[in-house]
Structures are given as C-alpha cells and as structure tokens.
Write a protein that binds this ligand. Structure first.
Ligand code: HEC
Length: 165
C-alpha cells in the first residue's frame, strides 16, 4: 500500500512539474508583491503615484505612467502587459539578466532576484492579461517628443569643472 501511495505521490509531483507553464497562485502572489515593492507601477502604471498607489486593474502596468526626458533623449516606460505576452518565461529570465534599457529604468534591481522571483513577476504580469497599447518608442536627444514627460535639466560642464574632482 505504501508503495502505491508513494507511486501516486510521485505521479502527482511529475504532473505539477510538467504543468510548469501554469503558474501557481503562490507564484502570482509573490510576483505581485515584488512588482509592488519594486515600485514598477510608479513608472509603468498611469496615474499610480498621483492616486496614492492605486489604479484600476485594466490600466495596471500598461506603460507610460511617467515619461522622462534627459541627455539620453525621451523614454516611455513600456507596456509590461503586452511586453510579457511576447516572451517565454525562459526569454524573460534571460532578458532580465542581460538588459540595459535607458534611464531611468532601474534594471540593476533584477540582480537581487532569483529565477523564482523573476518567474513570479512574469506570472503576475501575465495573469493580468494583455491590455492597453504600446508605449511610444524612445525619441533620440534633440528630437521633438510627445508630452507629457518629466524633464531632467543637467548643467553644461563649465570650464574648470573637472578641477573640482
Ligand atoms: C523610474 C522609472 C521606472 C521604474 C521604477 C521601473 N521602470 Fe521599467 N522602464 C522604465 C523606462 C523609462 C523604460 C524604457 C527604457 C527605454 O526606452 O530604453 C523601462 C523599460 C522596462 C522594460 C523593457 C526593457 C527592455 O529593454 O526591453 C522592462 C521589462 C521593465 N521596464 C520592467 C520593469 C519592472 C519589472 C520594474 C519594477 C521592478 C520597473 N520596470 C521599474 C522606467 C521605469
């Protein structure tokens, strides 16, 4: 009897490992926590900051919460709900480990996350389903960019500025 039970348990385990594409509620909840605490919404969810960290589900992570202009040009936080649809879990983990997007995307945050953590982020964002439209593409410096955006004004280097270092 014991052997039969152990065998059955083995089958169940095999089934759950095989179902790796269907994320568990636990993984989705973990991803939701990481996305919330990692502050992804601040830039990737429209209206998040001005509404005290709240947004209707249909706009969550749909991109362009805050756009930014600086010496790197103008950047528009991507629509993560459409973005994750285009990637497999493996591709997302690889991307998160290698990407270096323009400012002010804090890509170095992913350094602190395990594959399991990244899997949670993927599971949570995909659980929201696709919504919204693609964010505007990056606009190079000096070219007209559609507002709204926050502008970072950097002083020009004045003669002798290097002497201070
Ligand atoms: C301070 C603002 C800000 C925060 C916070 C932020 N992002 Fe971004 N993110 C951006 C901007 C801006 C871009 C677009 C950069 C570009 O155009 O090169 C971006 C791009 C991305 C991309 C696409 C990168 C690529 O090159 O394919 C992903 C994925 C992403 N963010 C995920 C996240 C996640 C997950 C979090 C939370 C841990 C997060 N972001 C937090 C601003 C932010």
């Amino acid at each position: 009897m014991k052997t039969v039970l152990a065998f059955a348990a083995g089958l169940l385990l095999a089934a759950s490992v095989h179902a790796g594409d269907t994320p568990s509620d636990k993984s989705i909840a973990h991803g939701k926590f990481l996305v919330g605490y990692g502050n992804c919404h601040d830039c990737h969810t429209p209206g998040w900051g001005v509404h005290g960290g709240h947004a209707p589900k249909d706009v969550l992570l749909t991109g362009s919460g805050f756009n930014f202009q600086g010496p790197w040009g103008t950047t528009y936080p991507v629509n993560l709900r459409l973005y994750m649809q285009k990637l497999t879990l493996k591709q997302w983990i690889h991307t998160a480990r290698t990407m270096k997007p323009r400012p002010p995307m804090p890509w170095w945050l992913f350094r602190y996350l395990s594959d399991e953590d990244l899997g949670g982020i993927y599971a949570y964002i995909r659980s929201l389903g696709p919504a919204g439209k693609e964010a505007h593409a990056w606009v190079p410096p000096g070219q007209p960019a559609p507002p709204p955006y926050l502008k970072l004004v950097v002083p020009r280097a004045s003669p002798g500025a290097h002497a201070a270092h």
